[in-house]
Design a protein around this ligand. Sequence first.
Ligand SMILES: [Zn+2]
Length: 256
Amino acid sequence: MPEGPSIVILREETARFVGQPVREVSGNSRLDQSRLLGQTVRSMRSYGKQFLIEFDAFSLRVHFLLFGSYRIDELKESGTPRLSLVFPNGALHLYACSVQYLDQPLEVLYDWRTDVMSDIWDPALARKKLRARPNLLACDALLDQELFAGSGNIIKNEVLFRIRVHPLSTVGALPPAKLRELVQQVRVYSFQFLEWKKAFELKKHWLAHTRSTCPRCHIPLVRAHLGRSDRRSFFCERCQKRYGAVPDSQSQSPEE
Ligand SMILES: [Zn+2]
């Protein structure tokens, strides 16, 4: 599933379609495709993992789910696009994604302060929301789109490794400085993700995600599906500290 920085890349790649009218529409989507014909793109926007194509009276929301992808100006070798939009200066083909019309203005539907890639990202708001949910596990917090729109499994694993926090830590048990660091590093890593992805070297920089050995301790990393989200976590039992009570146990862990 593309994470926020990948949607920013898509937004940048499709910027040349802004101001262009839709000349042809096709694809296997059951949307009323005729609605798009002749509409002029007013903006290409990203919100977290969602890609938004804004027209005058409505918008098209694209969510790439688990296996979605896109091509610009060329078709994939196999498969039918969910939706193809042809403009005078090129074409956008969307595959295996969810597409939906939004009739309300985007500013009403979305709060960009929650989008980790946004110019108006608000770290204080994120900390406030985290403090309101003290029992939330760190591994779930970093996937929660209400807290960190755009953060996904890669960002989760890399940020927790960087800040040396065990994925099963509870948010409420993190010292204030560690909570601040967590929020800060989601933003910092997301922009590094963007730069590295553009340079085709994202994976080269992974320290924990999909790795087998801790680069700090030189011992095997643990892989497990953790938390309510049940997504793959990669972490080091030695250098990533577990803050807070152990959920599986009746007893409380010692106060740190
Ligand atoms: Zn380690």
